[in-house]
Design a protein around this ligand. Structure first.
Ligand SMILES: [Zn+2]
Ligand SMILES: [Zn+2]
Length: 221
């Protein structure tokens, strides 16, 4: 969550790096940037040096993450990760929240998620594969994110572990590991489960995500 002052500071840092962007709206609720984002990256000898016209919205004083709108339809809408809603489909919010658990950083977010998004799009158009993997959407994407974070081997067991963390409020290393291995937590997934007991912000993210999963399951998405 950014305060208005933080947001203004971070925006001015970003505008020094991304000189094609400028502030198009600034209020206590959100700051909007518009213009050309410059992407300059190379991966496996595949270079992208290109400008993309975007609108970048930074919510202020809210849990909502910033998002990007493709205002000139540069992303082909047959691309599997074109949009969620009207926003460009960046990484799952869980990964981004955890990445910035100690404080959001706009410059880093633009580099690691927005620029990478456009790079991935060009790479996919050229080679038909995702250079850095991909995530499913909605519920499945959330569970995949935890599967990786918790080092669990499948989605079903990941849900079991998520439910365990959400309902058992104190860390108990001697409990059977909820991954289904029949080992004790401390000699199984303890290393990955423990951080959720040591950092209440992580637990809050997991609790919110689990609720989101239940909500989507109920709506039958
Ligand atoms: Zn997507
Ligand atoms: Zn385990």
């Amino acid at each position: 969550m950014l305060t208005y002052e933080d947001a203004v500071t971070q925006v001015s840092e970003l505008l020094q790096v991304q000189t094609g962007l400028s502030v198009s709206k600034s209020s206590e609720e959100e700051i909007q940037l518009s213009g050309a984002l410059f992407v300059n990256r190379v991966y496996r000898d595949f270079p992208v040096r290109k400008h993309y016209r975007i609108k970048l919205v930074i919510p202020v004083g809210s849990e909502e993450l910033p998002y990007v709108l493709d205002t000139e339809n540069q992303i082909d809408n047959t691309y599997p990760h074109a949009f969620t809603g009207k926003k460009l489909c960046l990484e799952t919010p869980t990964s981004i929240r955890i990445q910035y658990i100690d404080g959001f950083n706009l410059v880093s977010w633009v580099q690691n998620y927005v620029e990478v998004y456009f790079f991935t799009y060009e790479y996919y158009k050229r080679y038909g594969i995702y250079p850095f993997g991909e995530r499913a959407h909605g519920y499945c994407g959330i569970v995949q994110t935890y599967k990786d974070l918790l080092h669990i081997d499948n989605e079903i067991n990941t849900i079991h572990v998520m439910k365990y963390i959400s309902t058992v409020k104190v860390y108990r290393g001697h409990h059977r590991c909820p991954c289904g291995s029949n080992k004790r937590i401390r000699s199984c997934h303890g290393e990955y489960i423990k951080p959720f007991y040591e950092d209440c912000r992580l637990r809050k993210i997991l609790d919110d995500d689990l609720l989101e999963c239940y909500r989507e399951a109920k709506e039958g998405k």
